[in-house]
Design a protein around this ligand. Structure first.
Ligand SMILES: Nc1ncnc2c1ncn2[C@@H]1O[C@H](COP(=O)(O)OP(=O)(O)OP(=O)(O)O)[C@@H](O)[C@H]1O
Length: 207
């Protein structure tokens, strides 16, 4: 039996008096799966991620988590400390978690390599391209070995080949131990998911 899971029952959400974004969503997330939240812009993908993270209370339904102690979140827009290197961004959380500096840097360089960032490891954040910065955010989140990893549009700024690397890395992470959920409207990323929750049919337009 799998000890780690996220279970949603009858989820629905609306902001204020706006129409329901989605309703009656029920699903279970487990390690080994990479689940895509798909659908057009504005359908509620990021909102559903926030509900799964526990930041937003759904208007309807409930989310039950089992065995999830660490949640990693990668925002749609990368953010970082302009003068700090890419390596610093990944190393610092490991140092904060109690790793020795040499161990932390070794692990950080390994994960940066997984996301094809070894060549920019020693560059300051302000010099990274949008796609590099986005991958750095993924590397930082993955380094802390989260039980649940929520990622908003990981491939939006990437060329196809780099996007494939990112999707393969996220797939490997999911197989290892982590419940991975990705909000995306990229058809290639959708294809890389083992499960898809399509919010498109749940969108209501105000007539
Ligand atoms: N705090 C809020 N208050 C009111 N409306 C909100 C709030 N957050 C999001 N919305 C609205 O809810 C809808 C869904 O937003 P959300 O960001 O979840 O969509 P999305 O599917 O992730 O979009 P995209 O693909 O463009 O990132 C949008 O119309 C957005 O303007």
């Amino acid at each position: 039996m799998n000890a780690r899971s996220v279970s949603a029952r009858g989820l629905g959400h609306r902001f204020g008096d706006n129409p329901m974004l989605f309703e009656d969503l029920s699903f279970t997330l487990e390690p080994g799966r990479i689940t895509g939240l798909c659908g057009p812009s504005g359908c509620g993908k990021s909102t559903l991620l926030s509900i799964l993270a526990g930041w937003v209370d759904a208007t309807e339904g409930s989310v039950e988590t089992t065995g999830v102690e660490r949640t990693g979140w990668v925002f749609q827009n990368p953010y970082g400390v302009p003068g700090r290197t890419a390596l610093d961004h990944v190393t610092l959380p490991l140092l904060a978690g109690g790793r020795r500096r040499d161990e932390a840097e070794e692990r950080a360089r390994e994960v940066l390599g997984d996301f094809r960032l070894e060549a920019v490891a020693d560059r300051p954040f302000r010099q990274l391209s949008g796609g590099e910065a986005q991958r750095l955010m993924l590397a930082r989140a993955v380094c802390s070995a989260p039980d649940l990893l929520l990622v908003d549009e990981p491939t939006a700024q990437l060329d196809l080949r780099t996007a494939e690397t990112v999707n393969a890395t996220l797939g490997a992470i999911a197989r290892e131990r982590t419940i991975v959920v990705i909000a995306t409207h990229d058809p290639h990323t959708r294809d890389a998911c083992t499960h898809v929750i399509d919010l498109q049919d749940r969108v209501r337009t105000a007539d």
